[in-house]
Design a protein around this ligand. Structure first.
Ligand code: S3P
Length: 171
């Protein structure tokens, strides 16, 4: 049974995908992303799943993608920003950490996340007032990210390359 070398968590705009790709390049390991897995497995975009079936249906698909990736993938794994919300998914992530896994929280402030996110339709939870939504979402999730993290990097002033390099120094 495989175990990811690193799992990246954090809110939208923290750089989970770009840092994950860069880490994979630097380490020569594979990169996997649970949002992409959900879209591939369901044959639909994430925003369509949210629109047609709602957030809870998405979280169930996401949990299956997280469980599969945690046991099949031995490289770098990026999770969707809300993967820490579902208690059963969180239990899976906690088991990975308890087994010695490296869980990296990419921390970011609203002002640094805003230009990275772009606040468009592909972020179904950030409709209406995206800045306010992002802030509320981060206030709620911060303790969940912090509780799971074995490594935290504040990404605000760092390039993708600098974030990836710091993670490899800290893991
Ligand atoms: C979500 C974040 C998205 C995606 C979905 C829900 C969230 O991933 O999983 O739209 O709840 O924060 P990113 O964090 O990669 O944007």
């Amino acid at each position: 049974m495989a175990q990811p070398r690193l799992v990246l968590i954090g809110p939208p705009g923290s750089g989970k995908s770009s840092v994950g790709r860069r880490l994979a390049e630097l380490t020569g390991l594979g990169w996997r992303d649970t949002d992409a897995d959900v879209a591939t497995l369901s044959g639909r975009s994430i925003s369509d799943i949210f629109l047609d079936e709602g957030e809870q249906a998405f979280r169930t698909l996401e949990r299956a993608a997280v469980v599969a990736a945690l046991s099949e993938h031995d490289g770098v794994l990026s999770l969707g920003g809300g993967a820490v919300l579902d208690p059963a998914t969180r239990d899976e992530l906690r088991s990975y950490v308890d087994a010695g896994g490296c869980m990296v929280f990419l921390d970011v402030s609203l002002s640094a996340a805003a230009p990275r996110v772009g606040f468009n339709r592909s972020r179904p939870l950030l409709v209406g007032n995206p800045r306010q939504q992002w802030k509320a979402l981060m206030d709620h999730r911060r303790p969940l990210y912090e509780e799971l993290a074995t490594v935290t990097v504040l990404t605000d002033a760092l390039s993708v390359d600098e974030v990836a390099t710091s993670i490899l120094e800290l893991e």
